[in-house]
Design a protein around this ligand. Structure first.
Ligand code: ZN
Length: 310
């Protein structure tokens, strides 16, 4: 059971070491411990072995509804900030009609926000493994594909592809990026949001529980360095990389750490996002990260990619 991985899945370097042993403190979806390894070369952190056989258990049916219900005030503030970011992106995109793809887009709540941001959007596609999201997505006018992005087949090309908190959830992030590259219209943009291992809270909570692991659902977690390394095997390039607030990770880390000291109680029925401490902690750290974001690396990256020319 406890095999050691031979090399880093991102840079293929053999200089790896056990980084942390964690449990699902957030949803209690499965019992047992999971090992995370860190690459000394590129600073990626990855789970080993990858719990592919437990896919249905680690994303229990209530996972998605918890995610939706957890979207409180902090998230609304974030949406407002995202809207400003998207307006900037849309100014770059040329054409009278735009196609947009949201990978892991669920019911299409993000596509709704985007549709309201730019009138040129004529086609919106959600790709998600969640079978329950289809009805709502289609009722709102979005095309829906049940499955992974690697399984998704279409004649369409997209001006904007969103992969927000997605690449860290998959076994083969390179294959996902290459597929997105195939689906991207020339001049189009891929927008990625993904955790950053090279952050203050990752180091601070390594010995207890770092929320960025989202254990056992995050499989490969990048640093800026390792993400740029991965891109070298694609025809994509970074147009812009910024850090954004990682407030939920701070809140997960702190509450899990209190739980381990038996100071708070959480369970499968009442996961961390329903704990009364979650909202105030997330709000506080959203503010702290927002202030330190211009000069510090927070635990969440926003990365804009486009196709290399030539
Ligand atoms: Zn590596």
């Amino acid at each position: 059971m406890s095999t050691t991985p031979a090399y880093c899945p991102v840079c293929h370097n053999a200089a790896i070491a056990l980084w942390s042993v964690a449990k699902d403190y957030e949803y209690f979806s499965v019992p047992g411990e999971f090992s995370y390894y860190g690459c000394n070369n590129c600073k990626s952190i990855f789970i080993h072995p990858v719990p592919v056989e437990q896919l249905m258990q680690i994303y229990p049916p209530n996972y998605y509804s918890f995610v939706n219900k957890g979207r409180g005030m902090v998230v609304r503030l974030k949406e407002w900030l995202d809207k400003r970011l998207f307006k900037k992106i849309f100014r770059q995109l040329e054409g009278d009609s735009l196609n947009i793809l949201d990978v892991g887009g669920g019911t299409g709540w993000m596509l709704d926000i985007l549709k309201a941001t730019d009138k040129r959007i004529v086609f919106t596609q959600s790709v998600d493994i969640d079978t329950n999201a289809r009805t709502e997505a289609e009722a709102k006018g979005h095309a829906y594909f049940t499955g992974t992005i690697e399984q998704f087949v279409t004649d369409k090309k997209f001006h904007l592809i969103l992969m927000l908190n997605l690449v860290e959830h998959v076994a083969d992030p390179l294959a996902v990026l290459q597929k997105a590259e195939d689906l991207l219209m020339p001049g189009g943009i891929i927008l990625i949001k993904t955790p950053n291992t090279d952050s203050w809270d990752a180091r601070l909570y390594r010995r207890s529980y770092w929320g960025g692991l989202h254990c056992p659902r995050h499989w490969v977690i990048f640093s800026e360095k390792s993400f740029r390394l991965l891109l070298q095997s694609t025809g994509l390039q970074v147009q812009k990389l910024t850090y954004t607030q990682g407030a939920p990770f701070w809140a997960f880390s702190i509450i899990a750490s209190l739980y381990r000291r038996r100071m708070v109680n959480i369970s499968a029925k009442r996961p961390i996002i329903f704990h009364w401490l979650f909202a105030p902690l997330a709000a506080l750290f959203a503010l702290i990260d927002f202030i330190r974001r211009p000069f510090a690396k927070t635990s969440q990256m926003f990365i804009m990619l486009d196709k290399e020319k030539g």
